[in-house]
Design a protein around this ligand. Structure first.
Ligand SMILES: [Zn+2]
Length: 460
């Protein structure tokens, strides 16, 4: 039996305790209890609660946030005497560029600067975006995450494996251990940067010995582990829940993960700016979290909407009607078997970078469907080099054949049309981004003004 010894000299072991101290105090416990209560509320109760919170945020913005002080004066908005929803409607949508240029303009003059944490969004192009978080908002975020995790039956203190973008061991290290035990959270942190055909059997063995109650991570990383369980001929390995975030979950990833770990995926959609949260429940539906943000859905195509969010919990850094750039399809269902009166979202389409643009001006999303029915692909990435050239990179397994390549090509042709050159190339691995994220579609034509706005898009 392998022992998971604690490396007390490792700084991550100590920062685990510090983070826990910051995030899981009595404020966190109170917020979690309140949020769990909100699940029993009616839609009407939730709307009323939102309005109260919104009014507080608007008044704070009007008095102490430089960007909104000016804007409210210009537009003659008075949040103290008007209906908060009407005030919000009069505020123009806020885009990423405006925030990127002057993030301090959104910081409240009352915020205690020494208690503010900075966060940077990775962004695929240009300079990173800076956001500010106060301690209360960090607690709030953490409570929101835990409410969803508890839907799986997973409880605090139970062992959990984590496979995210944290650099646990240097990428140059070529010998195990590719993991670190964090006693603060009874958590086995495993590197997403060392997953390969050679190391996956070791990961599988270590996970079996650690016996987690839940697995948390990028869907692409958890998928590779799940696939390895099957490739090695292992029996299914039941856990209470798999918690994913940061990447769009692809259909083939979901199927394999849920089959191997015998549980639901609880996926969370959010962003670094923390302006909206959507999460999937024990019945597999995505829900909007109404106590996190007021979310608006701005039409961009045929049942396709951009997520625009007004967060309700960070008075130190206020963003109103923030355009996330991510699109969703709304559901016709108005009741989920889980009973929560949180709006149901049919599917998260992802970022505008995850589309392939065709010469006839179409934006084609959710291209993971071209791999449906193709068996021998370990991973893949679609790279759009130019408007008329797409390369499909595949990491093949041993049984991959020309016939598989032909199916992929035919499926891609069906969706992208005739005016585009399509090639299928075999590669040893798919490179990750700086933060270890997997990108299913990499578009090299989406920089600068040439990139068509999603609102001008013709539905595909
Ligand atoms: Zn539900």
């Amino acid at each position: 039996m392998r022992k998971f010894q604690v490396k007390w000299a490792h700084p991550r072991v100590w920062s685990g305790y510090i983070n826990r101290f910051l995030r899981e105090g009595h404020t966190f416990r109170r917020l979690l209890a309140e949020m769990e209560d909100h699940q029993k509320w009616t839609a009407q109760q939730l709307r009323e609660w939102q309005e109260q919170r919104l009014q507080e945020i608007l008044i704070e913005a009007c008095r102490f946030v430089p960007y909104y002080e000016r804007l409210f004066k210009e537009l003659r908005l008075d949040p103290e005497r008007s209906n908060p929803r009407e005030v919000l409607e009069a505020v123009p949508l806020l885009d990423k560029e405006t925030l990127r240029k002057a993030p301090e303009q959104f910081l409240s003059k009352r915020a205690k600067k020494w208690l503010i944490r900075r966060a940077y969004s990775s962004g695929t192009t240009g300079t990173p975006l800076v956001c500010f978080r106060d301690i209360y908002s960090i607690n709030y975020e953490h409570a929101m995450i835990w409410r969803q995790w508890r839907w799986s039956g997973y409880e605090m203190g139970e062992p959990r494996v984590t496979l995210r973008g944290e650099l646990i061991v240097p990428t140059t290290q070529s010998e195990p251990p590719y993991w670190l035990f964090s006693p603060a959270d009874n958590q086995l942190l495993m590197s997403s940067y060392h997953l390969s055909a050679a190391t996956l059997p070791i990961y599988v063995e270590v996970i079996r010995q650690f016996a987690p109650a839940a697995i948390e991570g990028y869907p692409s990383s958890v998928y590779l582990i799940a696939r390895a369980f099957e490739d090695l001929g292992m029996a299914p390995f039941p856990v209470k829940g798999v918690f994913t975030s940061s990447e769009t979950v692809l259909e083939y990833q979901r199927e394999t993960i849920e089959r191997v770990f015998q549980c639901r995926i609880f996926d969370l959609y959010g962003n670094t700016e923390r302006t909206a949260a959507l999460g999937s429940c024990e019945h597999g539906r995505y829900h909007e979290f109404p106590d996190y943000a007021i979310v608006e859905y701005v039409p961009t195509g045929d049942n396709e909407f951009e997520v625009v969010g007004t967060p309700l919990f960070n008075k130190s850094f206020i963003l109103l009607r923030y355009r996330t750039g991510d699109t969703v399809r709304l559901s016709a269902e108005d009741r989920c078997p889980c009973g929560r009166e949180f709006r149901i979202i049919d599917a998260i389409q992802g970022r505008k970078e995850s589309y392939v643009w065709t010469p006839d001006g179409r934006a084609v999303g959710r291209l993971d469907h071209i791999f449906k029915g193709v068996k021998h692909v370990v991973e893949s990435q679609i790279v759009q080099e130019t408007l008329d050239c797409v390369r499909i990179l595949v990491v093949p397994d041993q049984e991959f054949s020309e016939a598989d390549a032909d199916i992929i090509k035919r499926n891609a042709r069906e969706r992208l049309g005739p005016g585009i050159e399509i090639s299928v190339e075999r590669v040893a691995n798919i490179p990750r981004t700086g933060r270890g994220k997997f990108v299913a579609v990499l578009s090299k034509i989406n920089s600068g003004d040439a990139f068509p706005e999603i609102s001008h898009m013709t539905p595909s």
